[in-house]
Design a protein around this ligand. Structure first.
Ligand code: PTJ
Length: 259
């Protein structure tokens, strides 16, 4: 990996890029994962490379949902395994969720490498190697484990494709997506969509757990019940507009005027 100086103004973004490149070199991330990361970076720029208010709220709702779920599963792909393996293992332990590798560009070698990577960070059991084509999809993401994603009530699917998101909701599972693109099919199909960078999302969710566990189940269900995914996506777009407007004024040195 290229040594990125910590004081570089774009340190976090460059570090993420290095992790994805290293993931490709180690056979964890698919080459297509590079372009997916690039698209994510562009949207991250638009939200100001920070967790926005609407994203933080979606993260809280998602954490509450994982805490209440009976059979939660965290789905792991090549990008998330390269960017946040340790955090995914921690989150799975804290909310009692299973980890399952599920890939779009699936090969048995890559599934094993990702499972081994998660085990390196302390995961005791990682599903995915014994997956069967149980979802109604014509691609490799149809392959899930019977005791994992197939049996889950809540599935956390960072950096997903719209098709599987739809297939999971068709099976009446509650889907939590992480996607920096609020216009994506995934973001529109999931019940809870988090428009934030996965490099911030999982650690934010981990930090929310102690406070959420102080609340009763009824209170957590109330937080979830009040969440409106379409409104949250509209808020994310509004935050992008506001950020661009701020940057425009900064550039031109003009007094802010309502867009
Ligand atoms: O490992 P595999 O084989 O399962 O493949 C994984 C990728 C990501 C290559 C595959 O799922 C794919 O092609 O995904 P898409 O259709 O490119 O969608 C990825 C979405 O995630 C895009 O809308 C990106 O904007 C978004 N995204 C990319 N990087 C990040 C992100 N969202 C949050 N955090 C990121 N770091």
């Amino acid at each position: 990996m290229t040594d990125i100086p910590k004081n570089h103004p774009r340190y976090e973004s460059l570090l993420a890029r290095e992790k994805i490149v290293s993931g490709v070199e180690r056979g964890i991330t698919s080459p297509q994962g590079l372009t997916a990361q690039g698209r994510g970076e562009a949207f991250d720029y638009l939200i100001g490379e920070k967790t926005t208010d609407s994203a933080r709220h979606a993260e809280m709702v998602a954490t509450a949902l994982l805490l209440l779920a009976e059979k939660p599963v965290i789905s792991v792909n090549g990008n998330t395994a390269a960017l946040v393996p340790e955090e995914l293992v921690q989150l799975s332990e804290l909310v009692g969720a299973k980890l399952e590798v599920n890939l779009f560009h699936r090969t048995p070698e890559r599934v094993k490498k990702i499972a081994d990577e998660l085990k390196k960070y302390g995961a005791t059991c990682v599903l995915g190697e014994n997956a069967e084509p149980l979802l109604n999809l014509s691609h490799e993401r149809s392959k899930v484990e019977r005791e994992g994603i197939f049996a889950a009530d809540v599935v956390f699917v960072p950096l997903e494709d719209g098709d599987r998101c739809q297939a999971l909701t068709d099976l009446e599972k509650l889907v939590i997506a992480v996607d920096l693109n609020p216009l994506s099919r995934t973001a529109k199909t999931a019940q809870v969509s988090i428009v934030d960078n996965i490099t911030r999302v999982v650690s934010n969710m981990i930090q929310m757990i102690p406070e959420l566990t102080l609340q009763s189940e009824d209170e957590l269900w109330e937080i979830i019940g009040e969440f409106d995914n379409k409104a949250a996506l509209a808020d994310a777009m509004e935050e992008m507009k506001e950020h661009l407007f701020e940057k425009q004024n900064e550039l031109l040195g003009t007094t802010p005027v309502e867009p």
